[in-house]
Design a protein around this ligand. Structure first.
Ligand code: ZN
Length: 280
């Protein structure tokens, strides 16, 4: 059983020494307090998730919101979500917003575009785990789960490195009257890429917030050359780094439109399981 030491540069530009153990060993939990600092505007509130609308609303077809990308960016530099009319998958990465379309294009998005659902944060990892061998998505989840301090926190993740394979999806722009998500996702484009370098970013919410956001890993992919991406369905990570932020602050803003106000939220968990491909 080997113990490694590593020095990792955090998002705020400071360096922190982290401990990680070889695979299958519980990685040490790193205290953020020693390296967290306020160095720029988006670091004012690190590791606080700002979310617009709810998963329940999205499942019911509330696909239009008033939230602009520019407003979302005021709450952080990393995030995932979608766009009005369910027009593609969103990745906010290092302050730039990207849209992955249902025909697998990656487009830079302007600040004026609007979103019906997004979760944004300023990402400052608490734990960084080096991955030295091939892991499939099930193994990645199992491994991360084994190092988390609690099931009751919110978590943000970045998984960066080389992927032997990665399967993503994106849903095409919807026409009114909007279908529920269980119907809309049947029109999704599914993309399989091999030998990609890139980044997965996303969240896992606790079970008691499952109607607000997913109580399982929800990750979006962006390749390092910004040419490929989408909502993650499956992957094999060959080597890389898993960074985890523990989130204790969460703010939720709800849409201000009649569709959101009048929709009855069914909260059918089995639909989410289908949409997420059975959850790997
Ligand atoms: Zn997604």
């Amino acid at each position: 059983m080997k113990t490694y030491w590593n020095t990792t540069k955090m998002r705020n530009g400071k360096y922190c020494r982290i401990t990680f153990l070889s695979f299958i060993i519980i990685g040490s939990l790193f205290s953020l307090s020693g390296c967290n600092g306020k160095t720029n505007a988006v670091d004012l509130n690190p590791n606080s998730i700002f979310q617009y609308s709810t998963l329940s609303a999205l499942l019911e077809g509330v696909y239009d919101g008033e939230m602009t990308i520019g407003e979302l960016k005021k709450h952080g530099n990393y995030g995932i979500g979608t766009f009005n009319a369910l027009d593609g998958e969103m990745v906010l990465y290092e302050g730039q917003c990207y849209k992955i379309t249902s025909d697998s294009r990656v487009i830079k998005v302007s600040d004026s575009e609007k979103s019906p659902f997004a979760a944004i944060c300023t990402f400052v990892p608490d734990t960084v785990i080096k991955v030295g061998r091939s892991l499939n998505l099930k193994e990645i989840k199992h491994y991360i789960d084994s190092v988390l301090p609690s099931n009751n926190l919110l978590y943000a993740y970045q998984i960066s490195g080389s992927f032997d394979s990665i399967v993503t999806r994106s849903v095409p722009k919807q026409q009114k009257p909007y279908k529920r998500l269980i119907e809309a996702y049947k029109m999704q484009g599914v993309f399989t890429f091999t030998n990609q370098k890139g980044v997965l970013f996303g969240y896992k919410f606790p079970k008691y917030l499952k109607d607000v956001n997913m109580d399982d890993y929800h990750l979006h992919f962006l390749s390092i050359d910004k040419s490929k991406g989408g909502h993650l369905l499956n992957c094999v990570l060959s080597d890389g780094e898993i960074s985890v932020a523990y989130i204790r602050n969460f703010s939720l803003r709800l849409p201000d439109n009649s569709y959101f106000n009048t929709t009855v939220f069914a909260n059918k968990k089995e639909e989410l399981l289908k949409i997420e491909g059975g959850r790997n």
